[in-house]
Design a protein. Structure first.
Length: 156
């Protein structure tokens, strides 16, 4: 829902803190997660993420979450799925050229990033191209393994 999505970007500062805390907790739980098996847990985590992130961010479950670096705005809601800034077709009122009823994802992202305040380690980070093979997998579990150097790619 767009209204909730915009609300999330307008509350990006504390929502990002919640995200960072969640990542810290999950990293601390790595020995347990490893014992239970990341592969086995993936489907359950992905289902939880789909509900929570789907509601708050209209997450498209790409499996390589950038929310922490894009002002808590999901770039996969851009009709062109651009992950490194706007296409240049943004309307003068800040809306999307493809969907005039939607504020450009990157306008929303910029507003959220300004609230977070740490532009160099957030929106200025170059995101890797999306890997469609990861769609529907758990971005949270992937972020834990990335933080521990067990996989490469995007974060939580
Ligand atoms: S205007 Fe923004 S949301 Fe729309 S296609 Fe371009 S970058 Fe994506």
């Amino acid at each position: 829902m767009k209204a909730v999505r915009y609300w999330s970007a307008n509350n990006a500062r504390w929502l990002r803190r919640v995200y960072q805390s969640l990542e810290t907790v999950l990293v601390a739980l790595h020995p347990l997660l490893k014992r239970l098996g990341y592969q086995r847990l993936d489907r359950s985590f992905a289902a939880i993420e789909k509900v929570v992130k789907g509601f708050l961010f209209d997450s498209q479950s790409c499996g390589q979450c950038t929310l922490g670096e894009t002002g808590m705005a999901c770039p996969m809601n851009c009709p062109k799925t651009l992950r490194n800034g706007p296409c240049g077709g943004v309307r003068s009122n800040g809306h999307c050229e493809v969907d005039p009823d939607m504020v450009c994802v990157w306008v929303t992202s910029w507003e959220g990033s300004k609230l977070v305040g740490d532009l160099e380690s957030t929106i200025q980070v170059i995101q890797a191209p999306v890997d469609v093979r990861l769609k529907g997998t758990s971005a949270w579990l992937r972020a834990v393994r990335k933080r521990l150097g067990l996989v490469s790619g995007d974060g939580l």
